[in-house]
Design a protein around this ligand. Structure first.
Ligand SMILES: C[S@@+](CC[C@H](N)C(=O)[O-])C[C@H]1O[C@@H](n2cnc3c(N)ncnc32)[C@H](O)[C@@H]1O
Length: 232
């Protein structure tokens, strides 16, 4: 697990027994924030706008219970979707409960990984998405995660990720949908200039997109700094 710089509670996902309890209660949709259809469909739209093609290979980082995966797996050519998450059990519950045609997603494509090391994954993804994950991590962990993504997947054409934003020096901020975010505890926000700098340090040119997202998150599009844009 990537070690946070801040002390105190970093993320609700790190509370002991969190996943076991929620899964025992059948709450695999709630664990990822509910708003199931709306948020899955929003992610599909974002990927298609970013140039997604059925033949692309896609990595869903922090995929949860496959809120996106249950829509994306049937859309992609079979075998082209891979996912990671801090909880392997959560992804497998999504596979069991939410995926219509299980033959299109081998279970070994769901990789438990809490520190963005991506063990056993191929390195030839076209697109990656990390949706509503960095909102749960302090900026130091987001920075480390971006660096690991950049180093591990040098052939990635586009990475989409979301953050909560706030101006430099603001401790707490009520976001557009009402959620209050913080600089020093979850849910975490980060100044936009810092997001761009962290992405640049990881080898990406990144910019925020003007897309309205659930809970007031901001969508960022990152492309390898060394390559010209390759997809419309
Ligand atoms: C709000 S949910 C979003 C899930 C999914 N991206 C979606 O939009 O449906 C946040 C997810 O991040 C995962 N997560 C939290 N910390 C993580 C870490 N350090 N590494 C990988 N995944 C993490 C949680 O298990 C959870 O599934």
């Amino acid at each position: 697990m990537v070690k946070p710089r801040a002390s105190g509670p970093v993320s609700p996902y790190l509370m002991p027994g969190f996943y076991d309890r929620a899964l025992a209660e059948g709450r695999h949709r709630d664990i990822v924030g509910g708003r199931w259809e709306e948020t899955g469909e929003a992610q599909m739209r974002l990927l298609i706008e970013a140039g997604l093609q059925p033949g692309h290979r896609v990595l869903d980082i922090g995929a949860g219970s496959l809120r996106l995966g249950c829509l994306l797996v049937p859309w992609l050519e079979a075998g082209n979707y891979w996912a990671t998450d801090l909880s392997g059990a959560l992804m497998r519950r999504g596979w069991e409960e939410e995926l219509a045609d299980k033959s299109r997603l081998p279970l070994h494509h769901l990789v438990e990984d809490g520190d963005f090391a991506f063990p056993g994954l191929p390195d030839d993804f076209d697109l990656a998405i990390c949706f509503a994950v960095f909102t749960h991590l302090p900026p130091g962990m987001t920075e480390a995660a971006l660096a690991r993504i950049g180093a591990r997947f040098p052939r990635l054409k586009r990475l989409l990720f979301t953050v909560f934003q706030a101006p430099e020096g603001v401790e707490s901020l009520r976001q557009r949908d009402g959620v209050v975010t913080h600089a020093s505890r979850p849910p975490w926000h980060v100044p936009p200039a810092q997001v761009a700098a962290m992405a640049r340090a990881a080898g990406f040119d990144a910019r925020p997109l003007d897309t309205r997202l659930p809970r007031g998150q901001v969508l960022w599009l990152a492309e390898p700094a060394s390559l010209p844009p390759q997809m419309p």
